[in-house]
Ligand binder design. Sequence first.
Ligand code: GDP
Ligand code: MG
Length: 596
Amino acid sequence: FPQERIRNFSIIAHVDHGKSTLADRLLEATGAVSEREMREQFLDKLDLERERGITIKAQAVRLYYRAKDGELYQLNLIDTPGHVDFSYEVSRALSACEGALLVVDASQGVEAQTLANVYLALENDLEIIPVLNKIDLPQADPERVRREIEEILGLEASEAILASAKLGIGTEEILEAIVKKIPPPRGERQAPLRALIFDSWYDPYLGVVVLIRVVEGKIHVGQRIRLLSTGKTYEVTKVGVFTPHPTSVDVLYAGEVGFFAAGIKEVRETRIGDTVTEAEARVEPLPGFREIKPMVFAGIFPVISDDYEDLREAIEKLWLNDPAFSYEPETSAALGFGFRCGFQGLLHMEIVQERLEREFGLNLITTAPSVRYRIELTGGREIEIENPAEWPDPGKILRVKEPYIRAEIYTPKEYIGPILTLCEEKRGIQKEIRYLTPERVLIVYELPFAEVVLDFFDRLKSVSRGYASLDYQFLDYRPGDLVKMDILINKQPVDALSVIVHREKAYYRGRELVSRLKEVIPRQLFEVVIQAAIGSKIVARERIPPLRKDVLAKCYGGDVTRKKKLLEKQKEGKKRMKALGQVEIPQEAFLAVLKI
Ligand code: GDP
Ligand code: MG
């Protein structure tokens, strides 16, 4: 296909502004998907994405479009996720593009991730085409939003396209803008192969499937290729593109996006950001992606200890598909063998747990998430800790440092008050309050990341009725007065329930946590005592009285369907329950600290 008629582009937007819906319209309008096949959010392939209505993995689809100039164009569309936990996926996808559609909800306006995504697009030198979406909504105010794009983002928006992805308004105009405004890819077709790996996953039939942007040269079946980071060579067995169905092609040339398989079996061999070249060629690696550091850590354990090996395999496979996730083996006195895993944020953590359970049929327990602390010990050594169970003896601690983030919050001006109160409560340091327009305000705070992990996002949404949005970047480590709080169940400390808390809030947190645990731990046949302790000092205590025997007795001989129902309920209750000694503890208990 002639290179000058290829366009590689992405759609970027704040979450829910309509990226996936617009992608559906583009698929339809170019005939890539027939009406019969069309279902909403076609590109959100994983069941999980469909259910949650969010896009997790970037998807690359090839479309053909006959433009008004009479020529046929090849459009490679890369759909990206919008949530802050997945910004690394956005940045990867953008590096494979020359342009981006910037979708802004005309009834909402510029939000935190609109801005964050625009920065990523500018960093990658992309041509940006603004699209004002949802103009069908009565509260849409495209003129105001057009001004916001110019004033807040500094982009020229006089030609912004008015669209309704839902009704299909503006689709044609968007396709024409892609063809006219986005430059074609460059890159010598005759040069030795250099392709950038921007995604890869495990497929039961093909082995490892690698999504690439060919930067120079070409890749075809039968070619011997080499991965620069490992030096390993393979023979290409399949080359293809998503149309959106996987379709074989003979060759992918410089400027094109597609996938290949090469009988790669080892899960860890293809790294995202790596360069693919010809077996014998001597080439420089392409600039890869910045390393993604996990920010939040939690233990993942199988409910049934025998599943440990299956969990290990599943985690390795998932890791290949999601390099923002990290893992290492962990042993807990309470939960047995499992893994300490690192995530971008809480949503990312939930998604990983659900994917492991659904895609690999496992039943898992995750422990309370923690950030990574740095601890200066007496004697001058500094250690890093991401697991409260490894907290050193307080007598050996000189100083504890915790990660801080810079949080940028965008909000309509009505909610400034409650947002400031929330940030202060979370130990935040105010940096800036700026009116971007007479209506919209940017609030900047420096916050301990541990407080943000807890429930900041949910609280922010609730105090602003869903209108405020948040973006953040990691700043640095700062000293904090932090202590470890242990939870004891019937006098036995449960390592997997320990949390790190700020000393001033320890009593409050301890009381809340213990009463929350009382709610979620089911009554047992014997009394259960729950205590929170800092060192040897008990700061809170609750007791769960034993079940009365007659509660059970009542069910015998009774109505059969009721008994069945009860049994079913019990079975459900069994899911994600872990026996600690004699006490059955449900998953909710490990996450109780998040709900305080
Ligand atoms: P994404 O998170 O950016 O991918 O957003 P989605 O495409 O999933 O859309 C979020 C919600 O907005 C869905 O409920 C869509 O049906 C809805 N939506 C998308 N585009 C439009 C539009 O043009 N008009 C209206 N009224 N709703 C839209
Ligand atoms: Mg989406």
